[in-house]
Design a protein around this ligand. Sequence first.
Ligand code: NAD
Length: 469
Amino acid sequence: MENRNLSKLQEEINETFELHKQHALKLRLSTKEERARKLSKLREWIKKNKAEIRKALYADFKKPATEVDLTETYLVLSEINLALKNLSKWMQPKKVKNPITLTGSSAYIQYEPKGTSLIISPWNFPFQLAVTPLVSAIAAGCTAIMKPSESSPHTSALLRRMVMEVFSRDDVALFEGEVEVATMLLEKPFDHIFFTGSPKVGRIVMKAAAENLSSVTLELGGKSPVIIDKNANLEDAAQKIVWAKFMNAGQTCIAPDYLMVHSSIVDPFLAEVKNQIHKMYGSKGKAIAKSKDYARIINERHHKQLSRLLSDARLKGASIFFGGDTDEEVNYLEPTILTQVTEAMDIMHEEIFGPILPVVTYTDIEDIVHTINSKPKPLALYIFSDEQFVIDFVLSNTSSGGVCINDCIVHYMSPDLPFGGVNESGIGKAHGHFGFKAFSNEKAVLKQRVGMTPAKMFYPPYGFAEKRI
Ligand code: NAD
């Protein structure tokens, strides 16, 4: 960006931030009805613009319309409905018990809006991941400045239109643009920063937040493993894994990243995987490329990155069990299953974030735990097994943001479960009440009776107190 444009943008950011700072003070007093009105208006806009949302996502990476409805629009509408239903309960101060030493006083937690917030979002679910945290910010009574991804420009432009049509400028604002825009925004002393993206940029965000001691929610990524135990139902497991992996062309933060399959069932399981890919997307090669149900890789840069992972794995001895076709002209990459995979390959260390699925085998459950624990803590972990011992063993010996047993991805849809990672895969939780709390200060309030306080026993001179402690 030219210097002149940069300084104009800086001015605009400064001005918007000041507006938000002032407005946040008013929002502290906002009622349930006022917040609900904004959420309802947002809901109406989304319902009215369903076709526009589909169009934008198709233009960005040919995301199939049904996937848009299900994983972008529907999820946001559910989040709004949940907030509308629970807003008064969430906003209500929560009474807590007092110890005997505070007899006579009352204590409660007041959910105070944190104030100004910044929401930085990625390109892979560009509508949903920008708007879901916005719903939490509005429910909690915060202002929000949004910075969607430059890699999904059609959706970003639509989000900008949405913000302009639904909200006043001092309430919600949006800045499109690349890293430099995010950097300028991150210099501002926001009360809360909600970031969704890669662990690499998460570190940059957290460092910037530290300068102002802004609180953060970091929704990051990682390598989510899938365990397929020897007694799993292979057809069921393959069907669920194929859908979860190849939906959005694998560009999902909680997509299965690599499979660990018990060596005794690897052949029938892989045959079932192949069968399921055919069933969902058509037969190999051209049919899949023509399927209107299969998305594209977001851009050339990411397509190259995936091709690099594939070449590295092949060079180091991996075999392509299925797929491997690419068309860089249109950022197409066929659903690809790799076998003969080893830890020497980059694909076992970098988040794949695309339709390549490496398969490793195991015989001993201890080895699974060792492999998972040798990598950063994942965002999600999946186990297909009907043996409670295996499930319990993996649950208690590994750490991950979430776990889904005998399914993949769908834990994201449970509004009462916190969504988020742990360390490398994220800090803080989102969705529903957890999202509301992320944007709220849980203020501790204790009300004492006039003239009363047990602390009096311990006022100086300390002689009396010393005998009693
Ligand atoms: P990214 O980290 O490259 O970008 C995310 C956002 O950060 C974008 O808006 C981008 O403009 C901005 N950004 C990029 N560089 C920046 C910098 N130096 N300073 C400040 N801001 C910067 O991520 P992406 O490629 O858009 O998305 C993919 C990643 O996001 C994957 O790692 C994936 O696992 C993760 N992700 C996580 C979740 C979750 O809910 N946990 C959801 C979706 C994606």
